[in-house]
Design a protein around this ligand. Sequence first.
Ligand code: WQD
Length: 338
Amino acid sequence: MKILVTGGAGFIGSHTVVELDKAGFEPVIIDNLYNSNLGVLDGIKQITGKDFPFYEMDCNDSEKVRELFAKEKFDGVIHFAAYKAVGESVEKPLNYYENNLISLMVLLRAMTEFNVPNFVFSSSCTVYGQPDAIPVTEQTPRKPANSPYGNTKAIGEDIIRDYIYAKPGVKAISLRYFNPIGAHESALIGELPNGVPSNLVPYITQTAAGLRKSLTVFGSDYDTPDGTCIRDFIHVVDLAKAHVKALELLESESGPDYYDVFNVGTGEGYTVLQLINTFEQVNGVKLNYSIGPRREGDVEKIYAQSDKVNNVMKWRAEKTMAEALRDAWKWQLKITAQ
Ligand code: WQD
């Protein structure tokens, strides 16, 4: 099966291309390289030994997208390509709504026009906002997201749900990611944040590598065991494998209007300080950090109840947070040495 991977040169996209290949799929990558670079394709080639078709293009360009769908007969699409910086989305909301939502609609229209039946959408646990109860299930009510970025994920899910309801010949799954961390064990691909990382783990690895002076832990007065926020940190390779499982589930689903949503998390929550301590232990490094004020918009605690993805999609996280932090550090050392 030939699968279009939009944003396939990105962090989760590149790891998913590797897992698609391992599972016998034929990935085709499109990426506008806004938040990635061609070196990622070299990393993928070193891991897989293959040069997958790559098109540098923007999913918002309807003409280019239709030309591609006319040329390559796809069996499915995994849609990663989107702006994803929470803070930036607050400063530039229209850029986020335009880029993330128009690209989605361009792809959905092309899928119907060219009879491409299977769609996997990259959503996020951010749609839950601060849940009233944890762990969250797929029935946990969504709340207004804390950022335009989070809203584009919630609205994106609604666009897909309503589109599928009209029976356009497309089946779809939305995967609500928790916190992806780590890198491929080969250290040939990993996270490449643009500029100053806003996410925790790349900031930690850059601090440990001496690229940043110190990590600030945003708040230690939350209602948690050590006062720092709780998150469900999932190894990016496990997350990538969930996309393969989603495609396989879609393939097995014959209903013309099949649509479902899955939480993709480990089902365990750890605090920021627990992650920092694990990072120091597993890598034998001392991290320079201090406690600072809370970050505006942060959710206090959230982690997944993962029964549905375990039982229905037959996927479960296999790697531990310690393995992810080991892989993240190995990757940081590799890119710092370059
Ligand atoms: C995790 C925890 C911070 C940085 C966001 C998006 C989500 C997804 C992942 C895109 C929080 C703390 C962080 C730092 C810190 N985005 N932290 N010091 O906010 O849970 O999720 O990124 O795919 O959709 O919402 O991730 O890594 O920014 O923060 O103390 O320098 O680490 O306060 O508690 P977050 P994060």
